[in-house]
Design a protein around this ligand. Structure first.
Ligand code: GDD
Length: 430
């Protein structure tokens, strides 16, 4: 069996809900539970027997951070990883069609297709077994999970045949309720999927071709439009009820990572997974070491004072310094940040190289409605309430921010390179 994985990493135009954190690093490389988001994808697919290559497709300019990630992950997982850059956003299926020759090189039996902005305990081996039991003419198996009626409206919704799990009806982000089974943005595809992709591509080409008055074909409309293919609307919608599209259900942890608040949720769940998959990554209590409560990841290069109390659900990044008596819970502390003595960080993200002064309190409000369920849509989609106030959220301190001593920063978002001078509550500090 020869398998590949394609990860759709998108590009710089997206991810505004992730600001200010995406100003510094492409969102797919944002660290969650000590590793970039897509490291967790690569790790999951590298465990499937026969996986030969991971191809990242996106429209970011390649940069040092991406190259470093690729080199490091190739070494760690002993698997070939490449980045293929789209010249413009080609949509969730346009990129894979554009790079079809590279994907099909070596004749893979199947390939996984993964959105970069999701996290979860991906049941890839189970999807493969499921897909192989379906008729050989099957194009694609979608990973599906159960959402509430309200949540479902912001996802792709699937109506299935209960006994065969065939997708009978697919609607992307419906206006009214269709089904609580939603698309997780993780697929297993057969190479034959390129058939309907080609049909769609050619249809677009025809539709975008203009004829001049004499009837001679001349010019194309704007270059990008003709190559854009949306997997959900252009491919899944017409494939429903044709016997070629199936859904595999999971009730394991899964969520989107669209906002900074979702990164805290993902952090908690990936740390929890480490108990099974990588217990060595979790910090342990011992004499002369900080007090650890629940799941905590501390990068080996971080300096943490023995009187600090960390966890549950805390990640301390590379080269961070955590002083005496510091308290951190449900938070991600990014590389190079300094938490001075006796400060307290709860439900927050502290950006790269930021400094938090002594006795300062940084606190957010988790908006996870149901922290114990494996699936929960954690973000309030609105940044502001109807009367113009900031919705309670986690606190996010951008990179290189100086927060003075003895202040409180509550439910606020601070953009990079600021020097704060007082307390803030429910504010965006530009
Ligand atoms: N390479 C590339 N090129 N990637 C893209 C492009 C593109 O033009 N457009 C989007 N992506 C990537 C994004 O970076 C993200 O990882 C993923 O594709 C999905 O992108 P969105 O377009 O933002 O869709 P969505 O997240 O709102 O919805 C999709 O995912 C949901 C699950 O999280 C849909 O597939 C839904 O049906 C699904 O429920």
């Amino acid at each position: 069996m020869m398998l590949k994985t394609i990860i759709l990493v998108g590009g710089p135009m997206k991810g505004t809900r992730f600001r200010p954190l995406s100003l510094e690093t492409p969102k797919p490389l944002f660290p969650v539970a000590g590793f970039p988001i897509i490291h967790h994808h690569v790790e999951a697919c590298a465990q499937v027997e026969g996986m030969k290559e991971v191809i990242l497709i996106g429209f970011y300019q390649p940069n040092d951070a991406l190259n470093r990630f690729i080199t490091q992950a190739q070494q760690q997982f002993k698997i070939q990883i490449r980045y293929l850059q789209e010249y413009t956003a080609l949509g969730t299926a346009g990129g894979i069609y554009h790079f079809r020759d590279q994907i099909l090189a070596g004749n893979p039996d199947y390939f996984f297709l993964m959105n970069a902005d999701v996290c979860g305990d991906f049941p890839l081996k189970e999807m493969l077994q499921f897909h192989m039991k379906k008729p050989a003419s099957t194009y694609c198996t979608i990973l599906g999970t159960e959402a509430t009626r309200q949540q479902s409206l912001t996802y792709g919704c699937i109506v299935e045949s209960k006994d065969t799990h065939e997708v009978m009806h697919y609607v992307e982000k419906p206006e009214t309720f269709i089904s609580t089974t939603i698309n997780c943005g993780i697929y297993l595809c057969s190479p034959t999927l390129f058939g309907p992709l080609e049909v769609e591509f050619k249809k677009n080409l025809e539709q975008n071709y203009n004829y001049d008055e004499q009837g001679f074909g001349c010019d194309y409309n704007t270059a990008p439009a003709k190559e854009v293919i949306r997997m959900e609307q252009d491919i899944f919608v017409p494939l429903a009820s044709t016997g070629k599209l199936y859904v595999y259900h999971t009730d394991r942890f899964w969520s989107q990572i669209k906002s900074a608040g979702a990164a805290i949720y993902a952090n908690r769940h990936y740390l929890d997974l480490y108990q099974k998959s990588h217990p060595e990554r979790l910090a342990k209590n011992s004499v002369g070491k900080p007090q650890i409560r629940g799941d905590v990841f501390i990068h080996p290069s971080a300096q943490v004072h023995e009187t600090a109390v960390l966890g549950p659900n805390a990640t301390i990044g590379k080269n961070c310094v955590v002083g005496e008596g510091v308290r951190v819970r449900d938070s991600v502390i990014l590389e190079g940040a300094v938490l001075q003595d006796h400060c307290c960080v709860l439900d927050s993200i502290i950006g790269w190289n930021s400094q938090i002064g002594v006795w300062t309190r940084i606190e957010g409000t988790p908006n996870d409605p149901n922290p114990n369920k494996p699936f929960a849509k954690i973000e309030t989609t609105q940044t502001f309430t109807n009367d113009g106030k900031l919705n309670p959220s986690i606190t996010v301190i951008g990179s290189d921010v100086q927060v003075p001593s003895e202040v409180i920063i509550l439910n606020s978002i601070v953009l990079p390179n600021k020097e704060l001078s007082g307390c803030y509550k429910n504010q965006i500090i530009l």
